[in-house]
Design a protein around this ligand. Structure first.
Ligand SMILES: [Fe+2]
Ligand SMILES: [Fe+2]
Length: 473
């Protein structure tokens, strides 16, 4: 379906045919823009940024590129094309036709799922709002802003669903999405990770690698939903999300490349010497991985969850890539390891439906590990002994059975004294953050890159590295 760009709100949902909905969204639009100016990328309102914008919602050639000032970005409502005769793919209502309207009995659960997803989108823009001031290059600055405007568009995607299908409650929730703020004492964002500060680019790349990837897995699960408008929304969001994954994976790769080059130049693996030479030592990278991975795995929820079981049973939320499972009823049981409360571990078996969060989390961990292994090949090929590793799912958890239980990164329960003595061997310390912050010097000359990160292999949309991706006015 073609996107109507003549409308005030670009869309492919026939908004012009629904005047009441159009009016409601046109009232929300200026509030969104106020939020963007206040809480979005700080001090870059006048910059022209080489951004891609959606033009059609099919898989091939959906994007057009051009320089645009961010407040003029054409945020809109894009649903993936409908799948003819789509049927529910899992749970108790398997093979029944999907829903075009919200069934009354699922209204509040669906609203909660949409609000929780919607809340993460503006949250990440708020978390990243000051990064532009310390960009390592114009190329990276452009990528940050591309991610930001697309997270803004993801907010539009969820707000459309709230306005179109949830009446007055939905409109109120849409307002709230602009009044909660990341890290706000009184009105924080709903999920923990989205209240963590992102003050340096190492954290930004970790966030886009680990936390945006959680987003990708949540979208995959919601793309399975029996509520077809949600499914179509999420399918199009997934097309945009691929670039966010790329930003994180390539960003961390480039940092590691630069570090390895410095290690070979100074012929030592001593982290202090690496830091002195202006690169980020691999040990610090590992601590940032430990932090962002453990925070992001919390986003999947508790290991045993009656909510997750009921979302699956009723068809509201499936597993990521549900088609890849052989059993779509979630029958059977799953082995799971839980703390025994005495510093040990008990193996348990729980009904698969109750363990859906864990099933999704394990698929996510596998996906996270692909990049880690790629980084380890780079490190090995450079002749270094060091290996990066994802910590255990028991490590540093704030949600689920392992909350508040101290373990080593490989998951061995330890006493509180050992945790206090060693936690900064495993997690970023104030001193680590101060060191990383000291490297964050702004580089804006086209084609130039900060010294702590290697240039990328190529530019955006086949343009070179020296292209002026952002015109700073
Ligand atoms: Fe998003
Ligand atoms: Fe994202």
């Amino acid at each position: 379906m073609a996107i109507d760009y003549y409308e005030r709100i670009p869309n492919n949902v026939g908004l012009a045919d629904n005047r009441a909905l159009q009016r409601a969204l046109e009232q929300w639009q200026p509030r969104f823009l106020d939020w963007w100016r206040e809480m979005g990328p700080s001090s870059f309102g006048g910059a022209d940024v080489y951004l891609r914008t959606a033009t059609t919602a099919d898989e091939n050639g959906w994007a057009s590129y051009g320089h645009v000032a961010m407040p003029e970005y054409r945020w809109g409502i894009f649903l993936a094309d409908p799948v003819p005769d789509r049927r529910i793919g899992f749970g108790d209502a398997i093979d029944e036709p999907v829903w075009q309207q919200v069934p009354g009995e699922h209204r509040s659960s669906l609203r909660r799922l949409i609000v929780t997803q919607g809340d993460t989108e503006p949250a990440s823009v708020e978390q990243q709002r000051r990064l532009g001031l310390t960009c390592p290059s114009l190329y990276d600055l452009r990528n940050l802003f591309q991610v930001n405007v697309e997270e803004g568009r993801h907010l539009w995607a969820m707000v459309y669903l709230l306005h179109a299908y949830f009446g007055r409650d939905g409109r109120e929730e849409a307002e709230e999405l602009l009044t909660r703020h990341s890290g706000d004492q009184d009105r924080p964002r709903i999920l923990g990770t989205f209240n963590e500060p992102i003050e340096d680019w190492l954290s930004f790349f970790m966030f886009t690698y680990f936390t945006d990837r959680d987003g990708r897995f949540q979208l995959k699960s919601l793309a399975e939903s029996a509520f077809d408008p949600l499914s179509r929304s999420c399918r199009f969001m997934l097309a945009e999300e691929a670039f966010h994954m790329f930003t994180g994976a390539s960003g961390i790769t480039r940092i590691i490349k630069r570090t390895l080059k410095v290690m070979s130049e100074i012929a030592t693996d001593d982290p202090a010497a690496v830091r002195n030479a202006g690169a980020i030592d691999l040990q610090t990278l590992q601590r940032y991985i430990n932090f962002w991975f453990s925070s992001s795995v919390d986003l999947f929820g508790a290991e045993i969850s009656s909510n997750a079981a009921s979302y699956f049973a009723t068809g509201l939320k499936g597993r990521p890539d549900e088609a890849r499972f052989s059993d779509h009823l979630g029958a059977g049981r799953l082995p799971i390891e839980l703390p025994d409360g005495k510093g040990g571990v008990i193996p348990e078996e729980v009904p698969t439906r109750s363990a859906m969060n864990e099933v999704s989390r394990l698929a996510y961990v596998k996906d996270c590990d692909i990049g880690v292994q790629r980084w380890n090949r780079l490190i090995r090929d450079a002749g270094q002994d060091f290996r990066l590793v994802l910590p255990s799912l028991r490590f540093h958890r704030s949600v689920g059975a392992w909350t508040g239980i101290h373990t080593t990164p490989d998951g061995k329960p330890i006493i509180a004294e050992e945790w206090s003595a060693r936690r900064y061997d495993w997690l970023p310390s104030e001193e680590d953050r101060a060191f990383v912050a000291s490297l964050m010097q702004r580089v804006t000359e086209p084609g130039k890159f900060a010294g702590w990160i290697a240039p990328p292999d190529g530019g955006i949309n086949n343009l070179g590295l020296a292209y002026e991706y952002v015109h700073l006015n």
